[in-house]
Design a protein around this ligand. Sequence first.
Ligand code: CU
Length: 161
Amino acid sequence: MSAPRSSRFLSMVFGFIAFVSLSASAGDMHMVSDAWVRLAPAGTKMHAGYLTLHNSTEEEASVVAADSPQYMNVEIHHSRIVDGIATMTRQDQITLAPGGMLKMAPGGFHLMLMHPKMALKEGDAVEINLHLADGGTLSLKAMVRKTGGMAHDSHSGHKMN
Ligand SMILES: [Cu+2]
């Protein structure tokens, strides 16, 4: 006698769970951690931002663009050493395999935050939006810090290609 009632209750519960997962935006299925922006001397026109991306979905995920209300322009860059000189090149996108992780760090991938609209000091939060290939957006805040805990870093010596 109570069976029909409990099965109806269960189907309501499962229906609710399905609704929640379907209504989650694409961006909710990815995670960003350890986001920070390197503190730069006043007047610096480009700041480097770093974060760790996790793709918790079962499909490839790509970040295709980024922006911030605090900067005129944001690009995805990759640093590397060419003939002993640190250079950085703009990337059209960053792609993560299913379940993949990418840690942006000095000397590798970074967000190039260009032409700040206001001065930043240590402890400030930078709002960053990452736009995904599937149309989703990841919004996050990155803290302004002096370093990311790495003692050796040649980022300041690099120049644009
Ligand atoms: Cu750069």
